[in-house]
Design a protein around this ligand. Structure first.
Ligand SMILES: *[C@@H]1O[C@H](CO)[C@@H](O)[C@H](O)[C@H]1NC(C)=O
Ligand SMILES: *[C@@H]1O[C@H](CO)[C@@H](O)[C@H](O)[C@H]1NC(C)=O
Length: 228
């Protein structure tokens, strides 16, 4: 893993010492793909002579989660496109992403649309990731638009959610929306069921909601919310 740390004041010095660059902004980038042919869809581009210059500019760009560099151009991408959409590139490029910005956000409460039996909403945020035994999962009644909502301890930039799905009947969670403070940040419609996956969000707020778009139960064995 190649790490590039960017610090404002020592940028010039950094250019001379290419391996590890100390910086003030406190952002660290790591190379996640070297000379690959795929990269996340870019949200913006900016000229940049080096990857270090791209990392400084990314750190200053709201929503920038990482970048790739090719022929003097930095391509910035957000966390949604990093987690959901990789597009092909005609030239080989290396992809970098932020490492120390995201941490697991602490959740202080939850609600759901309608609890089934004793499968209360807190079972999706109790730190138990068991996916086989449904008694460790939050389960709602079977209906339309069943939801689960978590309250963050403080308003935060919600970058992505890691969802631990129930192994059995995983297809019940193929089509759902994510919202932060009532505003949709991702619409998920999968063709194959998942077991554990990350879903980008990239929105700021303090309430995070998962809404099932299928007429069924909403079953969540664990939800971890990452951001900063
Ligand atoms: C992330 O970037 C992609 C590609 O530019 C864009 O389509 C999408 O709307 C962005 N998502 C967010 C949440 O900003
Ligand atoms: C999900 O995708 C399927 C086709 O793959 C489509 O029939 C369905 O309407 C989509 N559902 C939503 C909620 O977008």
């Amino acid at each position: 893993m190649v790490q590039v740390k960017v610090q404002w004041t020592s940028l010039l010095l950094s250019l001379l010492v290419l391996t590890v660059i100390p910086i003030i902004l406190g952002f660290t980038f790591e190379m996640v793909t070297k000379d690959g042919l795929k990269s996340p869809a870019s949200m913006s581009t900016m000229p940049g002579i080096t990857t270090i210059e791209c990392s400084v500019k990314c750190a200053q760009t709201p929503g920038c989660y990482g970048f790739s560099w090719l022929h003097g151009l930095c391509r910035f991408f957000n966390s949604s496109s990093f987690f959901v959409s990789l597009s092909s590139s005609s030239s080989k490029l290396s992809v970098y992403k932020l490492v120390n910005a995201n941490k697991k956000l602490s959740l202080v409460g939850c609600k759901n649309s309608a609890t089934r039996q004793s499968y209360v909403c807190t079972k999706a945020m109790d730190g138990n990731r068991e996916q086989n035994d449904v008694s460790f999962c939050s389960v709602t009644m079977r209906s339309s638009n069943q939801w689960w909502k978590a309250q963050l301890s403080a308003p935060s930039q919600v970058e992505y959610l890691t969802i631990y799905n129930r192994i059995k009947n995983a297809e019940l969670l193929n089509t759902f929306n994510l919202l932060v403070d009532g505003v949709e940040c991702n619409r998920v419609n999968l063709t194959e069921p998942f077991s554990i996956a990350n879903f980008g969000c990239n929105a700021f707020g303090s309430k995070v909601r998962v809404v099932n778009q299928l007429y069924t139960h909403l079953i969540l064995c664990e939800v971890e919310i990452y951001g900063y």
